[in-house]
Design a protein around this ligand. Structure first.
Ligand code: ADP
Ligand code: MG
Length: 342
């Protein structure tokens, strides 16, 4: 008798998480939100705590051929802070767990922690614990971040309503284009170690890949302006994939407009140089760590003049589907490609 074997790739990353979630039963009334958002939400009396965790593996999430150790440390913190930001919360503490092979010296660990400590300073968080262990393979960093918010400030993926305005911060696609450039320069270097990589010209896009910054500035501005988005998440897998998450969680559709999508000039020019469609980078490029959120129309005047918030479309009824209106006016269905880990 042969045992049934299902490939993880049949479910995909999100299918696998849904599958695991089916067996999970919440027992404590303080667990306000479990699996399924950017962070879990826990009742703490007069406020809530939000908790998120992310795992970064050498060779999967970063390549030490081009990622400097301090940047890896900084990014490991930033990606967690980004998930706290996505809940409209303020990060307060992190724990850092690290697995090291004997390839790494104390100086190398110090270099990683210089980035971790710089990020703690930048985001105002305290490093309060972690775990250290040996690794047979490369470097593994897992960080858990804890944040705080008032209960009524927390933004879930599930709150988008028909006619809300869809917004994104910053610009998109840069991190993917940066990764392609870094990979190309690595291949050039491997073919000829005397060649010095020419990264100056690509400083913005390679920076987007190597040292992303979580948009805590926007969260503080929401506080100042008295805006609470109706839904929010961070863009880690690509805009198209995140629109699917918001749509699914909120039970809505969405229409976005190609001419409203923010792309940096260097991202655009480099994508063209590399022979990739810039719009594909914007829709499916991961790791930008910008915020995707929806707002009630009444809040539009408060954000209208913000230089770094872009109004890319609006929320529609679920049955209207998810569409991108191209510059020529054609509506094309959005496909969620995102990053396939399996
Ligand atoms: P993000 O990209 O915002 O970090 P993920 O797509 O990684 O979010 O995760 C989506 C949700 O699934 C989150 O609530 C996360 O905590 C949960 N999750 C992911 N992997 C697991 C796992 N192995 N077991 C339980 N929950 C998980
Ligand atoms: Mg997220």
């Amino acid at each position: 008798m042969s045992e049934k074997r299902t490939e993880i790739s049949e479910l995909g990353e999100f299918g696998l998480i849904d599958h695991l979630n089916e067996k999970v039963q919440i027992k404590n009334s303080s667990t306000l939100k479990g699996i399924g958002d950017d962070a879990a939400v826990i009742d703490a009396g007069d406020h809530v705590k939000v908790v998120t965790t992310d795992l970064l593996l050498e060779g999967v999430h970063f390549d030490l051929a081009y990622a400097p150790l301090p940047h890896v440390g900084f990014k490991a913190v930033a990606v967690n802070v980004s998930d706290i930001a996505a809940m409209n919360a303020i990060p307060k503490q992190i724990t850092v767990s690290i697995a090291l092979s004997n390839r790494f010296s104390v100086e190398a660990v110090d270099a990683i922690y210089s980035g971790i400590n710089a990020a703690c300073e930048h985001y105002g968080v305290d490093l309060v614990g972690g775990d250290t262990t040996a690794s047979r393979g490369g470097l593994v960093i897992s960080i858990t971040a804890i944040g705080e918010a008032k209960k009524e400030q927390v933004t879930y993926r599930s709150g988008a309503k028909v006619n809300d305005i869809l917004c994104v911060t910053g610009d998109l696609g840069g991190a993917l284009v940066g990764l392609q450039v870094l990979e190309r320069e690595k291949q050039v270097y491997l073919a000829n170690p005397n060649m010095k990589p020419d990264l100056e010209k690509y400083a913005i896009v390679s920076g987007r890949q190597l040292k992303p910054d979580a948009r805590m500035d926007i969260i503080h501005e929401f506080r100042d302006l008295g805006v609470v988005p109706t839904s929010m998440m961070d863009i880690s897998d690509g805009l198209a994939s995140e629109i699917f998450h918001i749509s699914k969680a909120s039970g809505v559709g969405a229409t976005i407009y190609e001419d409203k999508l923010p792309i940096d000039k260097q991202t655009y020019d480099t994508a063209v140089e590399l022979g990739i469609d810039p719009i594909t980078c914007v829709l499916n490029g991961g790791e930008d760590y910008e915020l995707l959120f929806s707002i009630d129309q009444k809040d539009f005047p408060k954000l209208e003049k913000h230089p770094d918030i872009h109004f890319i479309g609006h929320i529609t009824k679920a049955e209207e589907g998810k569409f991108l209106v191209t510059k020529s006016g054609t509506a094309v269905q959005i496909k969620a490609q995102g990053w396939k880990h399996f």
